[in-house]
Design a protein around this ligand. Structure first.
Ligand code: CUO
Length: 690
């Protein structure tokens, strides 16, 4: 894991707080350093030395070496993702752990550092012999992708003057990318949240759209692409409504100026440039960037879109062989997800193109579509940064709408699809210490992240950046369920949606269903008679614990490299716990909490348990690594489809195994200091206390 430390600094310079060095075979040094081999060994002595065996032959790396080290690497760029795919394949095919280490050391100072880190991360979470390693946080490896660039100069000064251990965290102001003259700025705390951006980066790390088939072809990946991004839009809309903003407007008119501008204030340390901005009223252009081998017209996007809508309305797609492939109720969404994104699982990339990915590219290069100014892509070109930009949500609202168009063509759930015989959900109640019942409390909190892994200056040692992010008071759900049948397994599904629209009118079901955000999902054993289920907010199947996103100064969370780290294994994919609940409002933003208990016998999926160790902490949005998706229902069930005839309101939608409770989210404008000595205290495995 030391391979991830200070990615732009040569491998033989000590890594980690302990200055661990790699005993690199002379043949592995790049030509520039070879004459200095003996000097290097004495000049950079480490506390501990990691032996590196020399491989008898090095695999052919010419494809991944096609991108220079100082060039930006974008996964949305097909030629780049092909290079990374090749590197992943090479790293996956190495037989032993020792050989993997050796090859990685060889690659590290030759291959583009961003590509190398990405490919090595994918390989480590998928190889059986490394699956249990905990990867360092991406924000620690590449802090410049996640925070205001002004923090680095201040960190450098603090490090130069003050000893490690006594350094003051560098505070990042709340308002660094814009001010309230920009209406969108009201919600920048969501777009620029470090945990949200980490989640997105990790999701695309676990679900790459290119690479070896064994990695890309995961159970229901196309459907999860739809669902995870649908939930992002639902959450964003709830966040907007709590700030008195309208729901996000789809990016539909591709020849009109784009009102939203974005000035990221990020450095791109890999390209030694600042990240390009997008002024207000920029207009999409045809893209012709020969260096990156990205060439397409806006008209191509239009053609692909029209063909996709045609497929949806005729009920089938045409595959590469010219055959019709039906978009069935069970598989249609998965086929479309892969086709629209597009991943290499698309059944006809020539005909349906790559609408979503090239939308990212069109926006990412809007400021320099033909590369005449030699400018890099903007934040939309990288999954680690894309969610910072308001346009991300307009683009994904558009993509989501296509999926919704498809969902409107498949049968609605009838009462039988929703019911759970003899099970009645009587009530749900939310409780939190010191708060009125059915109220969520939100506020600001500060948390730290260690920058030292990603900054290549001396003297070494931890130096923290301190963020202010949204937080909520932990709470419990208490759910009362009456079971008039025998003992059975039920799946508890908990969702939350705003109650009123922009005009203050109650939502109709057909709109509100798209706004329900999943809060939790777990199975529980229902005994005959009355069951009282208590579930804690930190157990959510949507989130990963706060301590994984942040490492507070003085906390005892083990560093990624330490021996204690494997205690909690996960891959970092998961919505950040601190963003589980939207901000709400000082008056108490009115929402509806929905609980359904469905028949666990129908819901369960054989072999979907995982090994209990790897990446199963946030299965709702991330699935379980090396396992099938752990819920047989369509993702988003029961809200993924238009309602059955006669259902206009949420009340009319309810069957006896569902209940709705009015709740409020009350925001208080106060800032709470970082938690000290935070440890991961999440119980292992899904559980419910009867
Ligand atoms: Cu996650 Cu568009 O897919 O960014």
């Amino acid at each position: 894991l030391y391979l991830f430390d200070r990615p732009t600094e040569p491998i033989f310079i000590g890594k980690g707080d302990e200055n661990v060095s790699f005993d690199v075979p002379t043949e592995y040094l790049i030509d520039r350093y070879k004459p200095l081999a003996s000097d290097i060994q004495t000049r950079f002595p480490g506390g501990k030395t990691v032996p590196v065996t020399k491989l008898s032959s090095i695999p052919d790396l010419s494809i991944p070496l096609g991108l220079k080290r100082d060039k930006p690497f974008s996964l949305f760029n097909t030629s780049h993702s092909k290079m990374a795919a090749k590197l992943i394949e090479i790293l996956m095919n190495v037989k032993s752990y020792d050989e993997l280490l050796s090859l990685s050391v060889y690659c590290r100072d030759r291959i583009n550092p961003y590509m190398f880190t990405y490919a090595l991360s994918v390989a480590l979470i998928h190889r059986p012999d490394t699956r249990n390693l905990r990867l360092p946080s991406h924000s620690e490896m590449f802090p410049s992708l996640y925070m205001d660039s002004s923090v680095f100069a201040r960190a450098r000064e603090e490090s130069a003057v003050v000893q490690a251990g006594s350094r003051t965290p560098i505070e990042i102001p709340h308002d660094y990318s814009a001010n309230n003259l920009d209406a969108e700025h009201r919600i920048s705390y969501f777009r620029e949240d470090i945990g949200i951006n980490l989640h997105h980066w990790h999701w695309h790390l676990v679900y790459p759209f290119d690479g070896p088939l064994s990695i890309v072809n995961k159970n229901r990946r196309g459907e999860l692409f739809f669902y995870m991004h649908q939930q992002i839009i639902a959450r964003y809309n709830m966040e907007r409504l709590s700030n008195n903003m309208n729901r996000v407007v789809r990016l539909t008119n591709w020849d009109q100026p784009i009102e939203e501008g974005y000035f990221p204030k990020l450095d791109n340390i890999l390209a030694n440039r600042v990240w390009p901005s997008r002024p207000v009223n920029a207009v999409l252009q045809n893209i012709s960037r020969e260096v990156e081998q990205i060439t397409f017209d806006i008209e191509d996007l239009v053609r692909w879109r029209d063909r996709i809508f045609n497929a949806i309305h005729s009920g089938f797609i045409i595959n590469t062989a010219g055959q019709q492939v039906r978009l069935t109720e069970t598989d249609g969404i998965d086929i479309l997800g892969n086709l629209i994104e597009a991943s290499i699982l698309s059944q006809n990339p020539n005909f349906y193109g790559s609408l979503h990915n090239n939308g990212h590219n069109a926006i990412a290069y809007i400021h320099d579509p033909d590369n005449r100014f030699l400018e890099n892509y903007g934040v939309m070109g990288d999954s680690a940064t894309a969610m910072r930009d308001p346009i991300f949500y307009r683009w994904h609202a558009y993509i989501d709408d296509i999926f919704q168009e498809y969902k409107a063509t498949i049968p609605s759930y009838n009462v039988q699809n929703l019911n759970f015989d003899n099970v009645t959900v009587q009530s749900v109640e939310v409780t939190a210490t010191g708060l009125p019942r059915n109220e969520f409390a939100t506020f600001w909190q500060q948390s730290d992240t260690d920058l030292s892994r990603g900054l290549d200056f001396l003297p070494r040692g931890s130096i923290f950046a301190r963020f202010t992010h949204l937080q909520h008071a932990p709470f419990n759900y208490k759910i009362v369920v009456e079971n008039n049948g025998n003992q059975r397994i039920g799946t508890v599904r908990i969702f939350l949606a705003p109650k009123f629209d922009e005009r203050g009118l109650p939502f109709l079901f057909r709109e509100q269903r798209k706004l329900f955000v999943e809060l939790d999902k777990f199975s529980t054993s229902l005994r005959r008679g009355r069951n009282e289920i208590v579930r804690r907010s930190i157990e959510s199947s949507v989130t990963i614990p706060h301590e994984i996103t942040y490492r507070n100064q003085g906390s005892n969370r083990p560093a990624a490299n330490s021996d204690a780290a494997p205690m909690f294994n996960f891959c970092g994919c998961g919505w950040p716990q601190n963003m589980l609940i939207a901000k709400g409002s000082p008056e108490g933003f009115q929402c509806q909490l929905f609980v359904m208990v469905s028949n666990g016998e129908i819901d369960q999926v054989a072999n979907a348990q995982g090994d209990g160790q790897t990446c199963d902490d946030a299965s709702s949005y991330c699935g379980i690594l090396n396992s099938r998706y752990p819920d047989s229902r369509s993702m988003g069930y029961p809200f993924d489809r238009t309602p059955r005839d006669g259902v206009v309101t949420l009340q009319q939608f309810l069957t006896t195994n569902m209940v709705v409770q009015d709740v409020r989210i009350r925001f208080t404008n106060r800032t709470v200091a970082p938690l000290q000595n935070a440890t991961v205290n999440r119980p292992t495995g899904a559980s419910a206390n009867n």
